[in-house]
Design a protein around this ligand. Structure first.
Ligand SMILES: Cc1cc2nc3c(=O)[nH]c(=O)nc-3n(C[C@H](O)[C@H](O)[C@H](O)COP(=O)(O)OP(=O)(O)OC[C@H]3O[C@@H](n4cnc5c(N)ncnc54)[C@H](O)[C@@H]3O)c2cc1C
Length: 283
């Protein structure tokens, strides 16, 4: 399976909340399948200081071959890569919208997004079926009694596409932790969706989310649960659901989207490796 790799150019930057930049990019190449399913994950490649655009190896049939070519670029020139979610493709165009959480000036992705302007170019790897979940969300949701979604603002782009894909008649509960009330976003769904917004208001990431889910009186029956956000918070939520609420492990899809005080380049911790094994075992 070929890994799609293309340059994308900023055409519009909008602050949809004080801490979220919605950036529209024109992609040089874009497969017809992009934007047709929810939760499409991709990686963005950011230029190093002094580069007008990132150095991108050409697409190859073998995705591992592409990653090898990427790693063979001397470190000082190799683009920094970060994970994002396709928020929306504008129908009939090669324009893609990606929401960036502006969490500060410390990470290359957030720092870039703070200052992004039309004309700037990044690399985009994916979306690809290689990053897609083994069981499509709609299928897993349809087989469950109800759906639980929980995450923070980094998970909102994916969560919005997931609830947008749920059909009428499905009961869904979403718990979303954001910095404060100004960060709430409208979520559209045909499902019977109840959204609980939780405000961090300066507390540690994930504390409000974990507290709300723990205290919640959840519907009867077995849910399909989708969890994403800060890795420690996601881990704690999954443990709660499996160990204290009796939700079967295969009914919980969980992904640590970022790590408190660690960058995406830092080596995985023992807990990250254990999570990866659990995810593999569940797939
Ligand atoms: C599959 C997937 C999809 C994702 N989709 C999106 C998306 O659509 N939009 C989006 O904004 N993010 C998304 N993320 C999360 C994003 O990749 C991380 O937040 C990433 O760390 C940002 O890179 P950076 O260069 O800004 O910071 P890094 O260089 O990775 O980290 C620098 C510092 O910032 C801290 N940090 C990182 N993220 C946050 C945060 N959100 N809040 C507070 N501190 C933070 C780190 O702990 C570290 O101390 C996704 C992640 C995954 C795995």
């Amino acid at each position: 399976m070929t890994l799609p790799v293309t340059f994308v150019e900023v055409v519009e930057v909008r602050r949809i909340t004080p801490r979220t930049a919605r950036i529209t990019f024109a992609a040089e190449e874009l497969a017809d399948t992009v934007g047709t399913t929810p939760e499409q994950q991709l990686k963005l490649c950011f230029p190093r200081p002094g580069q007008a655009e990132p150095v991108l190896p050409a697409p190859q049939d073998d995705p591992m071959g592409w990653y090898r070519a990427y790693l063979a670029i001397p470190e000082a020139e190799r683009p920094l890569m970060r994970s994002f979610t396709l928020r929306r493709r504008r129908p009939g165009t090669r324009l893609v919208e990606i929401d960036f959480v502006l969490h500060g000036d410390t990470g290359p992705a957030a720092a870039w997004a703070l200052r992004a302007a039309p004309g700037e170019r990044l690399g985009m790897v994916g979306p690809s079926a290689l990053y897609a979940p083994p069981v499509p969300f709609a299928e897993a949701a349809a087989a469950a009694d109800w759906v639980l979604l929980a995450g923070d603002e980094t998970a909102l782009p994916a969560l919005a596409t997931l609830v947008g894909a749920l059909p009428a008649g499905v009961r869904a509960l979403a718990y979303v932790e954001v910095a404060d009330a100004a960060e709430r976003q409208p979520l559209e769904s045909r499902a019977d969706l109840a959204v609980h917004w939780l405000h961090r208001d300066g507390a540690a990431p994930g504390a409000a989310l974990a507290g709300a889910v723990r205290a919640a009186e959840l519907p009867a029956g077995t849910p399909y649960a989708w969890l994403a956000g800060e890795a420690g918070a996601v881990r704690a939520l999954r443990r709660h659901l499996v160990e204290e609420r009796g939700v079967p492990k295969p009914s919980v899809d969980f992904t640590g989207y970022w790590r408190h005080r660690l960058t995406q380049d830092d080596a995985p911790t023992a807990e990250d490796l254990a999570d990866a094994q659990e995810r593999l075992a569940g797939s």
